[in-house]
Design a protein. Structure first.
Length: 217
């Protein structure tokens, strides 16, 4: 990667400047691949900004009539979740989900593959985040996964419990109300990346459970 390109990407990710990244993609068609390399960054904030950026870039390409860019990126991410790839992409599930969020036409094909990795280490957190994210716009696609998500409400990991609750809330799953009610005092803290603010927040699992119940009601 040229130094000027590296500086451009670093600046755009630090400042969440998606407009400039999209402009570069429009001119040179290289942004998706270059930004994808940042999914391996040791800086967790930069990794999350890269996840956001790849979703936006694939959404732009899809809007311009090039859905193949999103599909090829998803296939590379799926390969990166395989031991045989030689370099595991830890953020692959979140990135895959963010692409689908921005390119909904691919949800039906690829969301079930995301769910199939729900127990595959080291991806359970990312898969739960991804299900919750996609369920914001296509909740019905996960109707067959309700039992899996209910099971996840009992996970030791507070992050998994919280995003299972968020997913079920987005799905407005009445069958889970009683279980979520029993979790409104779950005060275990966890940290997550807030897609609205573009930064990390520390919250209690109970906040996600209450928010899910509000949606269901």
């Amino acid at each position: 990667m040229r130094k000027n390109h590296k500086a451009l990407v670093n600046n755009c990710l630090r400042n969440r400047n998606w407009k400039e990244l999209i402009s570069w993609e429009e001119k040179e068609g290289r942004a998706i691949r270059v930004v994808s390399s940042y999914l391996l960054s040791s800086d967790l904030l930069i990794r999350w900004r890269a996840i956001e950026a790849i979703g936006k870039l694939c959404g732009y390409r899809d809007h311009e009539g090039d859905r193949e860019a999103a599909r090829k990126t998803i296939l590379r991410l799926m390969w990166g979740m395989n031991d045989e790839s030689g370099s595991i992409i830890w953020s692959a599930p979140e990135t895959l989900a963010e692409i689908l969020f921005n390119v909904p036409a691919l949800i039906k094909k690829f969301a079930p593959i995301l769910v199939s990795n729900i127990d595959l280490e080291p991806f359970p957190q990312g898969v739960h985040w991804g299900i919750a994210r996609i369920a914001e716009i296509r909740p019905e696609i996960f109707n067959d996964s309700v039992d899996l998500l209910i099971e996840s409400l009992q996970a030791d990991d507070p992050y998994i419990r919280a995003f299972a609750a968020r997913a079920l809330g987005n799905m407005k799953s009445n069958a889970t109300s009683e279980k979520l009610e029993s979790m409104v005092d779950d005060d275990e803290m966890f940290e997550f990346y807030d897609m609205d603010s573009g930064d990390f927040r520390g919250v209690e699992v109970s906040q996600f459970c209450r928010a899910a119940l509000d949606k269901i009601r």
